[in-house]
Design a protein around this ligand. Sequence first.
Ligand code: S6P
Ligand code: ZN
Length: 193
Amino acid sequence: MNSTLEAQETTFIEPFSVDYDLVEGAMKNPTNHLVRRASDMRGHYRDAAALQQLIDTGNPVHYEVYERPVPEQYGHLMFCISDLRPGTVGEECFMTKGHYHTRLNTGEIYLALRGRGYMMMKTNDGKCRYEEFAPGRMVYVPPYWGHRSINTGSEPLISFCVYPGDAGHNYGDIEREGFPRRVFLRNGKIHVE
Ligand code: S6P
Ligand code: ZN
């Protein structure tokens, strides 16, 4: 049984449940498990030489994302749990690549479960804002805002997110534009510059 609303198809599926390890930031039986290492982050950090050194000395995991995908359609809700490791590239805190949603007018909810950090957000006309991640805090990423998570702490930053099934990911525009602000750890203090 499929229903059509605003001429967009929404596939009927059976209800299901998912079990999480909220400390490790893992899904027990994920269908998709994405692992991004230092070598996947080329072009994103200010200090390219420091990133290359990290790649050459073990190429550590930056973050992992666990998903049980649903149809990528209007009406469905995509969700995931992610584990962004602590660390720096030079002095810049570990972060996700960041993206806009392909359907730009779709938002996202992030619930912080463990660790400390920021959600850095930008629009394609140059606005930039950030919100702090801390356990028990929800960050709302409104439609039109590109977003990137940043770990400013010394333990994994674990978060759970929910977003429209038809949102999609646009990495290319963020790679071209970059974010106007970066987050650094210097002498034990966090600086947003
Ligand atoms: C999807 C949502 C997250 C990110 C994940 C990894 O809309 O924002 O699932 O995909 O945090 O970040 P990125 O920027 O590599 O996709
Ligand atoms: Zn997103």
